[in-house]
Design a protein around this ligand. Structure first.
Ligand code: DSN
Length: 431
């Protein structure tokens, strides 16, 4: 008989306690429902299913086909698009497949500067995207903290990229997809939105809709969308007319086949059908009224948190937020992002240090911390709780060398969070 593993179950239980008793403000994390977790941990992990529903390279796939087809149909309904591939193992994999389908090595790409809040897979030299393709970047206006669309247009005209990427890891403002599409059309580039962070809010119509304007959309499924860790590849609603008046070829007619092939066999092997089942469950949840209430509350909580920091005299990039996150610039307070992350973690408030645009500190140290409300909102925290969190953070940053004060806050955080147990996280948020 197989010996039970004496270690991993204990570590999982310990991690559960850690998640339960701490305050998660990492903007890219969330808590899945019991049914999403059950699908992720299901025996679907046993099955090989290379290929697509109805076109597999293995026998015994008829139930897997039903599951994956359901995930595809739900993804299409949720985002109101005609085509989806649910197989990417992660956001980075979705991005890799998209680039493989659309670009040749050496092609030019234009993305949002990583140091201003962009993402590694949008052309960073340390990532495949910056090694395989010639990347250039646009950034934020130093005076406003907003992306300046004029400067994106200038850059696009100068570089003439094959694809323009919009999307970020640490940008708290919405995107002007109409302007971006006009820019893309002018230089005959594809427009691609990576909505990994705000996907849950976009799915509920709470932010601008990229789908009518972008040729391609990629996302992770585990941030504001509150599904399992994974990726998703979608085509926009406008893929019959890819370059407006300057349409150069009929590539888009073949595009869905190219995208499918770029996922498998291009960049991945067997799909993770347990994750795909969990994505199907998450898409189902995202089409409920309860999820709409949840997404609205995420946005309200972020707004209240940002205002409370401003009222305390903190500097927030761009002066606020439209979405689920905000970036605190602590340079004026003479605290580095690293120090802030450390003192907050000592009190069980979990955040991540983050570069701010034009940062004078290194990426390891940084001047900022990024805070997001997706996870705490799932736990059931509302506006008044955001005020308390800001009070705690402010107190900790002002007392960062005082162990006994930090300990007191930690005890308060732990007691507070135990009022919102993980076992009751079922995805229902009421207004
Ligand atoms: N690491 C993710 C984030 O925190 O935004 C992006 O890949």
């Amino acid at each position: 008989m197989m010996q039970p593993d004496p270690t991993v179950p204990l570590l999982i239980e310990k991690e559960k306690k850690r998640q339960e008793s701490t305050l998660t403000l990492i903007a890219s994390e969330n808590f899945v429902s019991a049914q999403v977790a059950a699908a992720t941990g299901s025996l679907l992990t046993n099955k090989y299913a290379e290929g697509l529903p109805g076109k597999r390279y293995y026998g015994g796939c008829h139930i897997i086909d039903e599951i994956e087809s359901l995930a595809i149909e739900r993804a299409k309904s949720l985002f109101k698009v005609a085509w989806a591939n649910v197989q990417p193992h992660s956001g980075s994999q979705a991005n890799a497949a998209l680039m493989m389908a659309v670009l040749k090595p050496g092609d030019k790409i234009l993305g949002f500067n990583l140091a201003h809040g962009g993402h590694l897979t949008h052309g960073s030299p340390v990532n495949f995207s910056g090694r395989l393709y010639q990347a250039s970047f646009y950034g934020v206006n130093p005076d406003t903290g907003y992306i300046d669309w004029e400067s994106v247009a200038k850059k696009a005209k100068k570089e003439r990229p094959a694809i323009i990427i919009c999307g970020a890891s640490a940008y708290s403002r919405d995107w002007d997809y109409i302007q971006l599409r006009a820019i893309a059309d002018e230089v005959a580039a594809f427009l691609w939105a990576d909505i990994s962070h705000p996907a849950g809010l976009i799915s509920q119509g709470l932010l601008n809709d990229p789908f009518p304007y972008c040729h391609f959309v990629t996302t992770t499924t585990h941030k504001t969308l509150r599904g399992p860790r994974g990726g998703l590849l979608l085509m926009g609603q406008d893929f019959d007319n890819p370059f407006g008046k300057t349409n150069r070829n009929g590539l888009l007619h073949k595009m869905s086949a190219l995208l499918d092939a770029a996922v498998f066999p291009g960049t991945q092997g067997g799909p993770l059908e347990h994750s795909i089942a969990a994505k199907a469950v998450a898409f189902y949840e995202a089409m409920t009224h309860s999820f709409k209430c949840y997404a609205r509350q995420v946005q309200k909580n972020a707004h209240v948190m940002a205002q409370a920091f401003l009222d305390e005299g903190y500097s927030i990039l761009s002066g606020g937020t439209d979405n689920h996150l905000l970036l605190l610039d602590l340079y004026k307070q003479n605290i580095t992002g690293k120090q802030a992350e450390t003192v907050l973690e000592q009190a069980d408030i979990i955040t991540n240090r983050n570069l701010v645009p034009f940062d004078k500190n290194t990426p390891q140290v940084t001047s900022g911390i990024r805070l997001g409300t997706a996870a705490v909102t799932t736990r059931g925290l509302k506006e008044k709780d955001m005020l308390l969190i800001v009070e705690w953070i402010d107190y900790l940053l002002k007392n960062k060398d005082k162990d006994s004060q930090i300990k007191k806050v930690k005890q308060m955080v732990n007691a507070y969070m135990c009022r919102f147990p993980l076992t009751t996280v079922d995805g229902s948020v009421t207004e």
